[in-house]
Ligand binder design. Structure first.
Ligand code: VG1
Ligand code: CO
Length: 545
């Protein structure tokens, strides 16, 4: 038998406010006594009908993952959760969690991950709550969790002996059953239902070489299961394929800076036809061809334009959505297909209502996130398979596909500049400076063009009519060029400023410029307007995409 215990703490925590995607803090902060438990208790309080329901708990394998699961299971038992489903070794990618929640009709899922943030004792840890539709909890729920956490001084747990998580099994504790399951199978079955694996594998075995970089994070086992076990490719097609607690020192953010080795293999050495990488929890993707980087905004447009190549979408798509800072490349495709295109704030939680109401089938963000109605999260490997399927059907290279796309729709030159982990007072100074200048900008000249509007983006959800304000400052020019400024809501050190630049070139204009050159006028004038180089004392951004 076991005992249910109510643990009292002296001081409540005031800093458990979830950001763009869950609560993220340094690993050390999460290790403070009762810190994790109070956040979990607050989550449990937000989940009405938790008793007797099914809950999924997994994570991306980072430092603290197993220990956190072993704290959460006894809490689930104390709260009389009906069934707790845990993947073997605690490893479950974010899209796989989303799928499992839906498949098991669970009340939700707890994902232990700080996603693209580094891991290890000196890295970050995080907790995300996904709700019954499989998607990230909306702001109404995360606000409730935050409020609860600020006053909570007790939590409930139990004295059970939690089993090791390295073997499959079913256990019973009072009213709770605990199942340790295979975290890979359901997800790869789902992929096999959407894509034609035989066609992709035949294509990859001919003369089209693939390298996938799992960045020592959660997607390694999934990629091996799909590419090696199911498609029969050689094991060397997966690099950094074993999930490590500290990601082997890598920063598992698939972009040209942090996935530099992969970028070098494709862009400099040109050793493979296709390269891709995913982030810590497997929801982001970077797509590379031989000598060719695919901007994520373009990736969303290419995927939307080619859904007829993929068996899972052969009946057509209802509509698309993109986050506000994502380029309007997909808008051109949506208008050609005559389907609606929605613009949402940054963060996947804003796509949930649109997907649930079947207003959209495909959605994406400029931050290497693409997904569809197959789950309620962005999905890294899904995007990789989508690209491979299009290439297999069209029998062409990445660069041919992207150039043909631009020739048909024009090109949205696009770049994001990140100033990471700068002092918060400096970031706020720059942000507030632009904020106060916005009203005076319309009608003035910027990069030689007239400013049409300048505002702080606010979103009215067309499904539940909720309003989300302060979602990014934007300057829109007469030719629809845009500059956007946001403060990151996922960083844990200081503040991170994100600058987004976009300018459209029609099919009659030069489509083959380097985006940094094409956007130079916007980039330079924005720096003049806000003195970013001077105020940050940085010659260039930390990351340029
Ligand atoms: C960033 C991205 C955003 C993404 C979020 C979570 O947020 O810009 O598009 O949804 O990360 O991604 P922010 O607030 O730092 O700009 V993940 O893969 O870290 O869960
Ligand atoms: Co992620």
């Amino acid at each position: 038998m076991f005992e249910v215990k109510v643990i009292n703490i002296n001081n409540s925590f005031q800093d458990q406010k979830p950001g763009t995607s869950g609560l993220r803090k340094s690993t050390l902060e999460f290790q403070k006594e009762h810190y994790l438990e109070i956040f979990i208790e607050s989550i449990f309080k937000s989940l009405k009908d938790l008793q007797g329901s099914t809950l999924i708990v997994g994570g991306d394998g980072r430092y603290g993952n197993i220990e956190a699961i072993k704290k959460i299971i006894p809490m689930c038992v104390a709260h009389k959760v009906g069934k707790v489903i845990i993947p073997k070794n605690g490893l479950l990618s974010t899209p796989a969690t989303s799928h499992l929640i839906r498949k098991e009709s669970a009340i939700g899922g707890i994902i232990l991950s700080a996603s693209h943030n580094p891991g290890g004792l000196d890295g970050d840890f995080g907790v995300k709550l996904n709700i019954a539709n499989g998607g990230p909890a909306p702001e109404s729920v995360t606000n409730e969790i935050f409020q609860c956490s600020q006053s909570l001084k007790t939590y409930k747990t139990s004295s059970i002996k939690t089993p090791d998580l390295d073997k499959f099994g079913v256990f019973s504790f009072g009213e709770t059953s605990l199942e340790i399951i295979d975290g890979l199978k359901d997800y790869s079955d789902l992929m096999e239902n959407i894509f034609d694996f035989d066609q992709i594998s035949d294509f990859l075995k001919k003369d089209f070489s693939l390298i996938f970089d799992a960045m020592n994070a959660v997607t390694g086992p999934y990629a091996k299961n799909i590419f090696v076990e199911k498609m029969g490719l050689s094991t060397d097609c997966v690099m950094n394929g074993v999930p490590l607690k500290d990601f082997g020192g890598l920063h598992p953010d698939p972009n040209l800076t942090y996935a530099a080795n992969l970028a070098d293999l494709l862009l400099v050495k040109k050793s493979y036809s296709f390269g891709a990488a995913c982030d810590g929890d497997g929801d982001r993707n970077m797509i590379l061809g031989k000598g060719c980087f695919v901007n994520p905004s373009d990736s969303l447009a290419v995927i939307t334009a080619n859904t007829n190549c993929v068996p899972g979408y052969k009946d057509g798509i209802a509509g698309v959505a993109r986050s506000m800072p994502t380029s309007a490349a997909v808008d051109s495709v949506a208008s050609a297909l005559n389907i609606p295109c929605f613009e949402t704030p940054t963060g996947w939680k804003f796509f949930g209502n649109l997907l649930d109401s079947n207003l959209i089938s495909i959605c994406g963000e400029e931050s290497f996130g693409t997904g569809s109605n197959h789950v309620r999260e962005k999905d890294g490997l899904w995007a990789v398979l989508f690209w491979l399927q299009i290439l297999a059907v069209k029998n062409c290279s990445v660069s041919e596909l992207i150039q043909d796309h631009w020739k048909q729709y024009g090109r949205n030159y696009y770049s994001r500049h990140d100033y990471e982990a700068i002092p918060s007072n400096i970031a706020n100074q720059i942000f507030n400076n632009l904020s106060s200048k916005l009203p005076s900008l319309p009608g003035s000249k910027f990069a030689g063009k007239l400013v049409q509007s300048a505002n702080n983006f606010s979103y009215l959800d067309p499904v539940d009519n909720s309003i989300s304000k302060n979602q990014g400052l934007r300057i829109i020019l007469e030719d629809k060029s845009r500059i956007i400024l946001r403060l990151s809501g996922t960083g844990t050190k200081g503040s991170t400023l994100r600058l987004y630049f976009e300018e459209f070139a029609s099919t009659k204009q030069n489509l083959s410029l380097n985006p940094q050159i094409a956007l130079k006028g916007l980039i330079d004038d924005f720096d003049h307007l806000l003195d970013i180089t001077k105020v940050t004392n940085m010659k260039k951004p930390t990351v340029i995409t």
